[in-house]
Design a protein around this ligand. Structure first.
Ligand SMILES: [Zn+2]
Ligand SMILES: [Zn+2]
Length: 566
């Protein structure tokens, strides 16, 4: 039995008895790249850490496949623009946004995600596939493929044919008659594939390989141009089923995760391994299949509606939480990232941290071992000697919703004094605090807009039970004094006097005082008294637990609020 699922892969990799390890991942930069891709990247990053810790030399690559052609564009790309560039490699398409200044379409969207890696603790090297194909060593892989076309066709046939129905079997056999495993960028129109009016995609495939000259002939299906090209021109690209094993062989990939579309039977991973072994004489990487990451109940697709990027995530929540989600979950299980469950994620993280630092007692040895293994892998930086100080999320949720009545300095003072009550001497900087406050505010706004999209009242209530969302109106309702009974007014007056007499009040004292005022002084149900406070402070009949809420407010602000009414 393994402590953690990663250990199984680690053991399998270790059996190869290597001193150098290469982990690889890949992505086509066809638009905003959503956060799902970080699943395979973070898994590999964890492997990188594990093997580096053992003193091994580790390479960790992300192949940005910008030599891939644009088959379609996402909805947010201008339609005129789409027409002009369909069929061209992403590396050769200019950035779609004005005055952006980046090199290409691929670099725009590629760099967007790459720039977030350091914040997720990911240390990898980026290889732009188009650049790679300009190099002699990759071009040699094209030569080898062209000289082994028949063998490659046999391998593909062996794996793919059994997965097809009769009609498609025949189509496949016909297609293979003229098939050659490389494509060319047309000298005339710069396209590498053509989308016919019936929607079918026709690659600009090599039609003949001239072995002696090391050249290929092609006839562009887009513009009809016939040309001849050296295989060392940098204008040739391998078919995607061959491109993958060629890169594995070139970089000696030890392990590469595979999303479920590639890990199916007869998929590109299986054919890739055999091509890698038989054509490129390298055993190929260990396959690590993984399930998709979903956003709530929806699939994330680059080309369709939902775009949730790592950058967007960082504006809402802590990257360590994301690493934890990925690494705690077996890759064969799908993950639903639910932003409304961020508080539960934080609780889980806190528990893991407490067990790691021996602050809490584990329920079992298995539980301790699991968290002990997982925790360091979730950290962005080195593991601190002592448990890092953290402002409770609940407090941040409170404070971020008080920004309209309290200045950032006042909110900061509240946090510092609160942390002192926890005997936490480490002081968060003002700047770091403001950033946390902003992130919490963004997250609350995200949840608010999510709630308005929901129709199921039960689902809404269940979220609101876990996250205390409120708005403090800047002024009180003008008709408020008419809405309150004499008892309620008197109760508020008593509380005002109590507030004036006491400099510091804790949450329990406030809560108890309101109870006493209602039950002893006025002999009314406490509920009535609480309602009066909520109406005064929030303009609604309910709200977060009153004691802690009032404690967080500024005393002079509260006095003024009471004076406005009374
Ligand atoms: Zn750009
Ligand atoms: Zn052409």
């Amino acid at each position: 039995m393994f402590t953690h699922w990663l250990e199984e892969t680690v053991e399998e990799i270790s059996k190869r008895n290597l001193t150098e390890f290469t982990f690889s991942t890949g992505k086509t930069p066809s638009g905003h790249i959503h956060i799902g891709i970080l699943r395979e990247i973070i898994i590999c990053d964890a492997l990188r850490r594990i093997f580096e810790k053992r003193g091994a030399k580790v390479f960790f690559y992300l192949f940005m496949d910008d030599f891939d052609a644009a088959k379609r564009f996402p909805y947010y790309i201008d339609t005129e623009y789409q027409k002009n560039y369909l069929g061209k490699p992403f590396a050769l398409i200019p950035c779609p946004f004005e005055d952006c200044g980046c090199e290409s379409y691929a670099r725009h969207f590629g760099n967007e995600i790459i720039s977030t890696f350091e914040y997720f603790g990911i240390k990898n090297e980026i290889i732009w596939t188009y650049d790679l194909y300009q190099k002699r060593e990759m071009q040699e892989k094209i030569r080898i493929a062209l000289e082994n076309t028949d063998k490659i066709k046999e391998i593909l046939k062996k794996y793919i044919l059994p997965t097809l129905d009769n009609e498609r079997k025949q189509l496949f056999i016909d297609m293979q008659k003229t098939w050659i495993p490389a494509m060319v960028i047309c000298d005339e129109c710069n396209k590498i594939q053509y989308k016919a009016t019936d929607g079918s995609i026709q690659p600009n495939r090599v039609i003949k390989y001239l072995k002696k000259e090391r050249e290929v002939l092609y006839e562009c299906p887009g513009c009809g141009y016939k040309g001849k090209k050296s295989i060392y021109s940098g204008k040739l690209k391998l078919n995607w089923r061959v491109d993958w094993p060629a890169k594995w062989a070139l970089f000696n990939a030890t392990c590469e995760p595979a999303g479920k579309d590639h890990s199916v039977k007869g998929g590109a991973y299986d054919t890739g391994i055999e091509i890698c072994q038989k054509i490129y004489e390298y055993e190929g990487p260990i396959k690590l299949p993984y399930e998709w990451l979903r956003l709530g109940d929806q699939d994330m697709k680059t080309s369709k509606g939902i775009v949730f990027t790592p950058k967007k995530y960082m504006e809402l929540a802590d990257p360590e939480i994301y690493r934890m989600l990925i690494l705690r979950t077996n890759p064969m299980k799908h993950i639903s990232l639910r932003m409304e469950e961020i508080p539960q994620y934080y609780d889980y993280y806190e528990k893991m941290e407490n067990l790691f630092y021996g602050i809490e007692k584990p329920e079992s040895k298995e539980e301790f071992d699991f968290f002990n293994y997982l925790y360091p892998l979730t950290k962005i930086n080195d593991v601190p000697i002592h448990k890092p100080s953290r402002i409770p999320l609940k407090l941040l949720i409170f404070l971020s919703q008080m920004q309209n009545i309290l200045t950032p300095n006042k909110l900061y003072e509240k946090v510092i004094s609160y942390m002192k009550t926890l005997n936490d001497e480490s002081i968060i900087s003002f700047e770091a605090f403001k950033a946390l406050l902003k992130r919490t505010e963004n997250w609350i706004n995200e949840i608010k807009s999510y709630i308005t999209s929901l129709k199921d009242q039960k689902a809404i209530r269940s979220i609101l039970n876990k996250i205390e969302i409120f708005t403090i109106p800047e002024t009180i309702d003008k008709k408020l004094s008419n809405k309150l009974s004499d008892d309620q007014i008197n109760g508020l007056k008593t509380f005002r006097a109590y507030l004036g007499d006491n400099d510091y009040l804790d949450a329990d004292a406030i809560q108890n005082k309101i109870f006493t005022i209602a039950k002893k002084d006025l002999e009314i149900p406490p509920r009535k008294m609480f309602e009066a406070f909520y109406l005064l402070l929030l303009g609604s009949k309910s709200g977060p637990r009153l004691g802690p809420f009032i404690q967080m407010l500024d005393k002079s602000w509260l006095m003024e609020r009471l004076n406005q009414l009374l």
